[in-house]
Design a protein around this ligand. Structure first.
Ligand code: PMP
Length: 434
């Protein structure tokens, strides 16, 4: 293994730190939790990223999910090129928005009407406003370690970059807002029941990542999602599945299809834009008809339904809709990676925890099962940092935090999976011997 140089990335990061808070436009990109400086990317194709110093990496993040078919996919490029001569934004309705709505509604089982926005954060902020407007109630329930974007109401016991940087309860969120968010340990149905009983008729929505990606990968225990569905139906609470990560990934219809539990509303992002900035929220007709201009709950966006983003997203979603083999391939190759990692751990006499659902997985440096935020936080973060850097040196680009999941793309071939597993073995061995 030859030592990689990163002088160009380093210079850019020094400049960036003078100009951009922390030198990055989204905190999860910083390498604060793992030590070292972030790598600045210049180009990517298929499974590979290339940085400013021309180092090559196998990408296991895929822009945090959207590049499910690998980077710079030709058919998405073609779709975007087709749009460009006809203007990039009209601020008026277009055909592609109707086609996008039809496609989402046909793919995601519980969605009857849908509104496009520009990010996952916009989707979740809008969804809870609608749930509040629809029910006339103020409070929401969220789960510790779940991340739903950076809206004020969600920065209470938040996962992802918020916990990575030690600010799960961000300054700047008012006490008033915080009072309306009730947080509960993930997978604890009893605690949900108690919270609902303690605030009768006051809970507008329960929002959840049906499979969590933002405290590392955490799986819902059998009966948990079903139990939430039951409580919400009984108490007229709007059940919101935040499928920004899981949508179009864990199945064509997301986690709701995979687990067979239907929410009242769903938030989407990432894959839906094929790499362009897109989010969406949708759900039951009666709830969505509360949204302006059909109803009184206001939500708007100058660039919402942007033609370039719609063309990219439509192309991606149509392909996924018509190619079941994509999901079969992602399951197989991800199973191979996870199985191989477990074999590596066995060979080295280590028994760290690996959680997986389909093409999302993560390793925790703890021997205990990880089922919620408290157990996720038992992971040895120092070991994670060492592991991350050993993998990076071997040309494997992982999420630079324990509290994130990995996302596999169809560009990961058998051969690349073997390379990944070799690097995984060597990196685990190196930290064992350190
Ligand atoms: N919800 C979930 C489950 C997410 O993982 C994220 C971002 N990773 C968001 C919402 C926010 O999406 P965005 O970063 O596009 O605002």
């Amino acid at each position: 293994m030859s030592e990689r140089t990163n002088s160009s990335s380093l210079k850019l990061f020094q400049r960036a730190q003078e100009l951009i808070p922390g030198g990055v436009n989204s905190p999860v990109r910083a390498f604060k939790a793992v030590g070292g400086n972030p790598v600045f990317m210049k180009s990517a194709k298929g499974a590979f990223l290339y940085d400013e110093d021309d180092n090559e990496y196998i990408d296991l993040i895929n822009s945090w999910g959207p590049m499910i078919l690998g980077h710079a996919c030709e058919m998405v490029q073609e779709a975007v090129k087709e749009v460009l001569p006809h203007s990039f934004s009209y601020g008026a309705p277009t055909r592609r928005e109707v086609e996008m709505a039809e496609l989402i509604i046909s793919m995601v089982p519980s969605i009857e009407k849908v509104r496009m926005v520009n990010s996952g954060t916009e989707a979740t902020m809008s969804a809870i406003r609608v749930a509040r407007g629809f029910t006339g109630r103020d409070k929401i329930i969220k789960f510790e370690g779940c991340y739903h974007g950076h809206g004020d109401s969600f920065l209470i016991s938040a996962g992802s970059g918020a916990v990575t940087l030690g600010v799960p309860d961000s300054p700047g969120v008012t006490k008033g807002v915080a009072q309306d968010t009730i947080t509960i340990p993930y997978n604890n149905l009893e605690a949900v029941k108690q919270a609902v009983e303690a605030a009768p008729g006051q809970i507008a929505a329960i929002i959840i990542e049906p499979v969590v990606g933002n405290m590392g990968l955490v799986v819902p225990v059998a009966g948990f999602l079903e139990g939430l569905r039951e409580i919400c139906t009984k108490e007229n609470i709007v059940l919101i599945f935040d499928e920004v990560m899981t949508g179009f990934r864990l199945a064509k219809g997301g986690a709701q299809e995979r687990f067979g539990v239907m929410p009242d509303m769903t938030t989407l992002g990432k894959i839906i834009g094929g790499g362009f900035p897109v989010g969406a929220y949708g759900g039951r007709k009666d709830i969505m008809d509360a949204v302006a201009p059909a109803g009184p709950v206001y939500q708007a966006g100058t660039l919402s339904g942007n033609p370039v983003a719609m063309a990219a997203g439509l192309t991606m979603l149509r392909y996924l809709n018509e190619h079941d083999e994509v999901y079969a391939y992602l399951e197989n190759i991800s199973d191979k990676l996870v199985h191989g990692m477990r074999e590596n751990l066995d060979k080295l006499g280590l028994n760290y925890t690996i959680n997986q659902v389909g093409s999302m997985f993560s390793i925790f440096f703890t021997r205990q099962p990880v089922t919620d935020f408290d157990s996720a936080k038992k992971s040895d973060l120092k070991l994670f940092g060492q592991y991350f850097n050993h993998m990076l040196q071997r040309g494997i680009y992982l999420a630079p935090s324990q509290f994130e999941t990995l996302f596999i793309s169809t560009a990961i071939t058998d051969e690349l999976a073997d390379k990944y597993l070799k690097a995984n073995f060597e990196s685990l061995q190196a930290i064992k011997n350190s």
